[in-house]
Design a protein around this ligand. Structure first.
Ligand code: KE4
Length: 441
């Protein structure tokens, strides 16, 4: 394969002058010039464009370059950028103040919508990020069971709480930092690992540690090793083995919640966990997270019970208002039908473009999220995801950026499709992929 920097003689167009100037300034002030590591483009080369604004399916950088956006802020923007209903409700909400430090009617309404949509959630607690949601849910699981060990899956990413960074996907996988320094060995020792989609390995872990395991935390549809759907029976097997050993099953639905279906992956796949973690979509693009589950478990959370968890801006009226109008928009069944049709169109186009260019690509899709893995082999777990050609993905990424398509700067993320993506956007994306794949073959 020719130099990925310049395959086929057409160098990818890098960021414009204003982006370069601002990103240099950002790097003087913030580690890597970013507020979250994956955004630094370390795995794909070059500097990222600095963004001026988003609108609908597009994101525009400070040099005025417009991109069809499939990052969508890594999941929250299922309605696209600045959807009118969110923009309007926020404009009104800020006139009433941004934080009360007290319960508001908006908080009650979003809690009602979540509990109505996800029957396994009888009580829900709002926090400010997915990390807070999973961290709190696991503290609660340990308190409820009186046990200390947690099982997570290789390539699963559940935020950056200590103990959850073992063999984590997403950013740690992207940067080759599977286990972060700074996490005491004593914390990591409480985290047990198994390959995703490997029920036999899970069985072996439970045979050895079963009575010590407080919970299994799993992305019911994995999206942080790239998209990897659960094998038939995998989730039901987790439900069974945790019930048999008195452990809790925690679904991390920070990505899949209200994405896989209105009731999340648990509704789509028919497996009910004991606790669910949410984020992203329920905040409509504002900082939010939530965890919830059976009343008898959630009643251990302070002030009802002894498990402490708190947050200054938890349940703030701005995030609640954005979340409410977002979920209301998703109550239209046509929304998920549209997302499915558009994403199937995209996946088919990407597959055809790869075949035409004779570049080995495997696409994994679950509803409106998908990943194009640069490999000829099926991707069913972290090991097979890591076997993908990340250098070729990087070259493809740079060419697609040049063509005006904004992808996640990592093979181990998903493409997020929104209700703002039009058929023309998809057609343009497929054409960009045809051109880009021909240059990286
Ligand atoms: P946050 O703390 O980033 O809000 O959520 C953490 C989290 C928890 N669980 C799942 C399944 C997640 O995907 C995430 C965060 N997702 C990544 C993208 N894969 C966020 C992007 C980033 O880290 O910059």
């Amino acid at each position: 394969m020719s130099d990925p920097q310049d395959p086929g003689g057409r160098p990818p167009v890098g960021p414009g002058p204003r982006s370069r100037e601002l990103f240099a300034r950002a790097q003087d002030l913030m580690p890597g010039g970013v507020s979250s590591p994956v955004r630094a483009y370390r795995a794909v080369g070059g500097d990222p464009p600095v963004i001026a604004y988003g609108s609908g399916s597009r994101i525009v950088d400070v040099d005025g370059r417009s991109y069809i956006d499939y990052v969508c802020a890594y999941g929250p923007l299922i309605l696209g950028h600045a959807p009118p209903q969110v923009a309007d409700v926020l404009a009104a909400a800020v006139q009433r103040g941004t934080a009360y430090g007290a319960t508001s009617e908006l908080e009650i309404e979003l809690a009602r919508l979540i509990c109505e949509a996800v029957p396994s959630i009888q009580l829900v607690r709002f926090v400010n990020s997915g990390t807070e949601a999973t961290m709190s849910a696991l503290r609660l699981a340990r308190a409820y069971t009186g046990r200390t060990k947690i099982v997570k899956f290789e390539g699963g990413y559940h935020g950056h709480a200590d103990g959850l960074l073992a063999q984590a996907g997403s950013g740690p996988a992207t940067l080759g930092l599977p286990d972060s320094p700074g996490v005491p060995a004593s914390y990591a020792a409480e985290t047990l690992l198994a390959p995703y989609n490997d029920p036999q390995a899970v069985g072996r872990v439970f045979e050895r540690y079963g009575e010590e395991i407080a919970a299994v935390i799993v992305e019911p549809i994995a999206a942080n090793m790239g998209v990897v759907p659960p094998a038939p029976g995998f989730l039901a097997g987790l439900r069974d083995v945790t019930a048999r050993h008195g452990s809790l099953l925690v679904f991390d639905e920070v990505i899949t919640g209200f994405r896989a279906s209105y009731g999340g992956a648990q509704e789509l796949l028919g497996v009910a966990p004991d606790l669910t973690c949410l984020g992203k979509i329920i905040g409509g693009g504002l900082p939010v997270g939530a965890y919830g589950g059976r009343r008898e478990i959630m009643e251990m959370v302070a002030p009802l019970g002894p498990v402490y968890q708190a947050g200054t801006l938890s349940g703030n009226p701005i995030a609640m208002a954005a979340g409410i109008v977002t979920l209301q928009a998703l109550q239209d069944p046509a929304a998920y039908q549209r997302l499915e049709v558009v994403t199937v169109y995209l996946e088919d186009g990407l597959r055809r473009a790869a075949a035409e260019a004779e570049v080995p690509v495997r696409t994994n899709r679950a509803g409106s999220i998908l990943t194009a893995f640069f490999t000829a082999e099926p991707v069913t777990d972290y090991a097979s995801a890591k076997a993908a050609d990340t250098e070729r993905y990087a070259a493809y990424f740079r060419q697609m950026l040049s063509c005006g398509v904004f992808l996640a700067p990592s093979q181990f993320e998903a493409m997020f499709v929104s209700l703002a993506h039009t058929d023309d956007d998809i057609a343009a994306t497929i054409e960009a992929a045809r051109q880009s794949l021909a240059l990286v073959r």
